[in-house]
Design a protein around this ligand. Structure first.
Ligand code: ATP
Length: 337
């Protein structure tokens, strides 16, 4: 029995959570995998109801679970996800971008993953006013850089792809911080002679993601660059509605869609649940690896292939050119599972 903590979130979060619960309940009923799902409050709704975007009870339940699923939260996102990443030392943010059939992708042969350092950079919140200026501290450590580089190379080893790691930085301008990051990646690359290693400035990378996205395999980069490049890469393969993400530490992991709460479409039953369901797939892969449980890998593979087949048949939500509602699309998935 896997204990899953589920932050239901704001905006389209509750709709995506219902979709994920339907899929998990179907797997629970149809396979040997069993779940105990605990729905938790965090984000704008928690702030409104309790005065705290990340209530103590929520943190306690997450600590008590095997893994956390997080639907998007609204304005208070930084008070939830950034805090959780640091609290559980979820240092690797993994964002795959893959071409699916019948999707408005730039090409049909894109298959890359962005490995983003998740604990440092400008996201540590160390900002202050100094006279008429505002100052933000950019923190890059050798320890965190080597740790994320190692994760990126291990990812490349496990993928059936071109086995290449691209280290993205801007060391020609940020000569101290990004030179440390690049040198750390270079040092780790020596432990993996079978993996091609290249470096790329972040502006060139932003351009190449559009010009020749098929040339990327694993990108490793710092927190802010990774945040921006992964939104870009999700658009390159057809949109945020299909973009999953994982936040991984040594002992715990949290899975969430790349996108935010999308208030503009909330409550209309038109959100694409694939981003969250593909995050579920990543969750099963992680549980499978951690617990040496092949059933988890099987279920993860099945979820992805069902979404792949539906999209191929043109059964899609509105954001990617179809006419299925969130609940209709979810029903199609549970039927095929
Ligand atoms: P944040 O800053 O929290 O990341 P954002 O301002 O980037 O949020 P998102 O909520 O991430 O905005 O999404 C941008 C737009 O993409 C939304 O306004 C919505 O129209 C569309 N979108 C995002 N996710 C989905 C989805 N799952 N299904 C359909 N459309 C989506």
């Amino acid at each position: 029995m896997y204990k899953i903590s589920l932050i239901t979130g704001d905006g389209i979060g509750p709709e995506l959570s219902e979709s994920a619960i339907s899929v998990l309940e179907t797997i629970h009923d149809k396979t040997d995998l069993k779940f105990d799902i605990q729905k938790l409050l965090a984000g704008d709704i928690a702030l409104k109801q309790t005065g705290n975007a990340l209530p103590e009870d929520t943190v306690k339940s997450i600590k008590n679970s095997d893994v956390c699923l997080k639907a998007p939260v609204g304005e208070s996102a930084a008070d939830v996800i950034v805090v959780l990443r640091r609290m559980f030392d979820l240092y690797a943010n993994i964002r795959p971008a893959k071409s699916y059939p019948q999707m408005p992708a730039l090409r049909d042969d894109i298959d890359m993953v962005i490995v983003r350092e998740n604990t440092e950079d400008l996201y540590t919140g160390k900002e202050f006013r100094l006279g008429d200026a505002a100052v933000a501290l950019r923190i890059i450590s050798e320890k965190a850089s080597k740790r994320i580089a190692k994760y990126a190379f291990e990812t490349a080893v496990q993928r059936n792809n071109m086995k290449k790691v691209t280290c993205v930085h801007k060391s020609n301008v940020m000569r101290v911080t990004d030179t440390l990051f690049a040198d750390s990646c270079k040092e780790i690359s020596r432990e993996y002679p079978q993996i091609e290693f290249e470096e790329m400035y972040v502006d060139a990378c932003a351009m190449n993601l559009i010009r020749q996205p098929q040339k990327f395999d694993v990108i490793v980069t710092t927190n802010l660059f990774g945040d921006i490049l992964s939104d870009e890469s999700s658009q390159v393969v057809g949109g945020l509605g299909m973009a999953p993400a994982a936040n991984i530490g040594d002992n715990f992991a949290l899975f969430e869609p790349v996108h935010g709460a999308a208030f503009d479409i909330a409550g209309q039953n038109i959100a694409n649940p694939s981003s969250f369901l593909l995050s579920l797939k990543m969750m099963f892969d992680w549980l499978g690896k951690k617990n040496n449980d092949s059933k988890c890998f099987d279920v993860g593979t099945k979820i992805e292939s069902v979404i792949f087949d539906l999209v191929k048949k043109g059964l899609k939500t509105k954001d990617i050119g179809g006419d299925k509602t969130t609940s209709e699309f979810t029903r199609e998935i549970t039927k095929l599972l």
